[in-house]
Design a protein around this ligand. Structure first.
Ligand code: MTE
Ligand code: MTE
Ligand code: MTE
Ligand code: MG
Length: 652
């Protein structure tokens, strides 16, 4: 009997129209858990570096987290893994909502999709009955519209649906996959789904999931739930100067109105302008009114009381659900206001595009136009107002029409094609991928390492456990660490207490920076393998889930004996696996750098030292390649063999 997981993956070959249900090897669960961990293992085994993103041999894997569908609070993430058309490296993108638990209840841990269908199709998984169905009538339909049409057609109002829109069908490099309130958004996984001619996946499942030691498991789950409730009623009290939003559990953008921190600290336009005086009383009042009108109720994912999402309903616009910083990306890129943001996201979500990259590429295009690099000839018929231009560009991009065809590849590739100095305007990328629009003052050594080395190429997925800046007084810092039970080691308390304000970039010292980054990263790797939402775990300060209760929760759910040390080792193995995939695809030290202008004050010598130390700390060589000794220690000798065969070590 398998516990927590079902022990089966669905293998779908869209070229052949073949469907198989395959029993999985339980040893892999012990080594990698599930979700991102086992997704990465499959990608390593089956997608060699010669395979291009739009090759039929590229896989698109929907992997439920190991604890999805169990009663563990907020365990609801499905991790979607493929090779990204944008970065040409491994992409992994996540969605919460309800798809993961439904898949588990249908008796399946992962859907592994290969090949390309001759015509547009969708997948219908109804417990053990799995069909590939014609979707030609859904061509061009929006993501939410598609889900509704499929539910009607199947007469299954409870089916969970994940779909692509026009952007995915047209292989826009930042197309997303949308599933009601949730979205697997970044790095173009929707484009790979479109390339496979797969419009949607619909799932209905009613089977049971087994838990190995149910009484103990429920006890831990209930403790977590109780602490979640406590924290919902008692947000952390953070001292002045720290963004209030960081005191809350979840990411409460839909219920909180105070946007001073984002609007004055994050950059507007094409990640250019800081508007330090933007947030006034009038703006605050008008934005509050806009938000209260737009958000009709708060919504949550499966088995989660936190409710980060908002149902958005506005006259003349299809209802949809929103959460997190998507609220502001279009608003700030277009130098507009919140009302515009709420409206255009409705369109973006129907088209199925990433809400981070899309506004940035449109702001980039308008900057090129202002600079005379793109001209009226490139933009025939473009309206004269900024908001109108954003809608106009969005329509061209998702259809790949005219200039939209070039912009559909993201700022990096578009700039290369446009030439004439456009490359200098694609200034906010790491590894060819658009980053959050942030331009700050002095180098932050912790963020420096996270930006350089994180494999998701997206900072949100690494940060969280350690405060971003120190509290002003030592007494406040001592107070903060008093109930900081989540730390894996007492040394983290010391690092924080000794952290005086304005000591960047020389504090924390490199050894402490390595420890801090490693801890934050490890926690995310646990969440992305178990499917627990980071917003009650790795992404928030003093979270309900931590290294201590997670090992017990995983053990009681699965029956495996996974203590803290073993869990930590699994995070290192999974993290190294993804690095190995990317190294094999050519990623090296030269690629590991934040945008040049991310900080005004940079310290090249210190930065090089930090990177050296972190590579060593992680068991990687000076190029960022996992060493043979370290790979052997993690039981990844097959990676050594492959690296040797490909002469990866000797070429450095
Ligand atoms: N894009 C769409 N379409 N919808 C979204 O909800 N969320 C943004 C961004 N892009 C979002 C989106 C936020 S807040 C984050 S943190 C990332 O996507 C999450 O990336 P992932 O879904 O690829 O893991
Ligand atoms: N949970 C896990 N395990 N991993 C993640 O990266 N990202 C968080 C949250 N939960 C994240 C996660 C962030 S920043 C956001 S905005 C939401 O998931 C995005 O929710 P969605 O992917 O369901 O749209
Ligand atoms: N701070 C720095 N210095 N650099 C960053 O990249 N990431 C931001 C921000 N803080 C980031 C940062 C991101 S991705 C988010 S979403 C917010 O922290 C998280 O806070 P929020 O929940 O208020 O959005
Ligand atoms: Mg997501």
């Amino acid at each position: 009997m398998r516990y927590a997981e079902t022990g089966y993956n669905l293998e779908i070959d869209l070229s052949q129209g073949n469907i198989e249900k395959v029993e999985t090897d339980p040893k892999l669960t012990e080594l990698h858990l599930g979700g991102l961990g086992t997704n990465a293992k499959i990608l390593w085994d089956r997608v060699p570096p010669e395979v291009e993103p739009f090759s039929p041999d590229n896989l698109l894997i929907f992997g439920t987290g190991l604890l999805c569908g169990t009663p563990a609070p907020c365990a609801n993430r499905t991790i979607v893994t493929t090779i990204s058309p944008q970065t040409l490296l491994m992409a992994y993108s996540m969605m919460g909502g309800f798809l993961g638990q439904e898949l588990k209840h249908a008796g399946c841990d992962k859907i592994v999709i290969r090949g390309k269908s001759p015509g547009l199709v969708y997948l219908w998984i109804n417990n053990d009955k799995v069909e590939i169905r014609d979707a030609s009538h859904l061509q061009g339909k929006g993501t939410i519209e598609t889900a509704e049409l499929i539910r009607q057609e199947l007469k299954e109002p409870d089916a969970q649906v994940a779909a692509i829109g026009l952007a995915g069908e047209n292989r826009v490099f930042y197309a997303s996959i949308e599933s009601d309130k949730s979205s697997a958004s970044r790095q173009g996984i929707g484009a790979v789904m479109g390339d496979k001619r797969l419009k949607a996946i619909a799932v209905r499942g009613t089977k049971d999931i087994n838990i190995a030691r149910p009484a103990e498991f429920m006890e831990i789950s209930n403790e977590v739930l109780e602490y979640i409730r406590h924290r919902l009623e008692n947000p952390l009290k953070l001292p002045e100067g720290m963004p209030v939003i960081l005191g809350y559990l979840g990411i409460q953008e839909m219920s909180l109105h105070d946007e001073e921190w984002h609007t004055t600290n994050f950059a507007w336009g094409n990640a250019r302008h800081r508007r330090k005086d933007f947030w006034t009383k009038e703006i605050e009042e008008s934005w509050k009114e806009t938000q209260e009108k737009a958000v009709t109720r708060l919504v949550g994912c499966y088995n989660c009381p936190v409710r980060c999402g908002g149902a958005i309903s506005q006259r003349g616009i299809r209802s949809y659900m929103m959460k997190c910083y998507s609220k502001l990306t279009y608003t700030m890129a277009a130098m507009s206001d919140l009302d515009f943001g709420f409206k255009i996201v409705a369109q973006g979500q129907e088209y199925g595009v990433d809400g981070y990259t899309t506004p940035q590429i449109m702001a980039f295009a308008l900057e090129l136009y202002e600079a005379g690099i793109l001209t009226d000839q490139d933009m025939p018929g473009m309206p004269s107002d900024n908001e109108g231009r954003f809608y106009w560009l969005l329509d061209r991009i998702v259809r790949r029409e005219g200039i939209g065809d070039i912009l559909a590849d993201g700022t990096y590739w578009a700039a290369k094609k446009i030439g004439k100095g456009a490359e200098a305007f694609a200034h906010n990328n790491i590894k060819k991928h658009e980053q959050l629009p942030l331009k700050l003052g002095i180098l932050n050594p912790i963020y420096y390492l996270m930006y350089c080395t994180n494999e998701k190429i997206n900072i949100t997925q690494i940060e969280g456990q350690f405060p971003q800046s120190p509290h002003l007084s030592r007494e406040d810092r001592e107070e903060f660490v008093k109930d900081w039970t989540q730390v894996p080691d007492e040394k983290f308390k010391e690092y924080f207490v000794n952290w005086e304000p304005r000591t960047f970039p020389h504090y924390p010292p490199p050894e402490a920076v390595c420890d801090i980054v490693d801890w934050q990263e490890a926690m995310h790797y646990i969440d992305d393998a178990t499917g627990i939402c980071a917003a009650v775990s790795s992404f928030v300060l003093k979270p309900p889930y931590n290294i201590h209760n997670l090992s017990a929760l995983i053990s009681t759910a699965t029956g495996l004996d996974i203590d803290k040390d073993k869990l930590w080792e699994i995070t290192r193995r999974n993290r190294t696996m993804i690095r190995a995939i990317n190294v094999r695809r050519g990623m090296r030290r030269k690629d590991e750098k934040p945008p040049e202008d991310h900080w005004k004050k940079r310290f090249p010598e210190l930065e090089a030292k930090l990177l050296d130390e972190y590579y060593k700390y992680k068991g990687w060589d000076k190029e960022g390649i996992p060493t043979k000794e370290f790979l052997h220690e993690l039981g990844l000798d097959y990676v050594i063999e492959d690296f040797e065969k490909r002469r990866i070590y000797s070429n450095n």
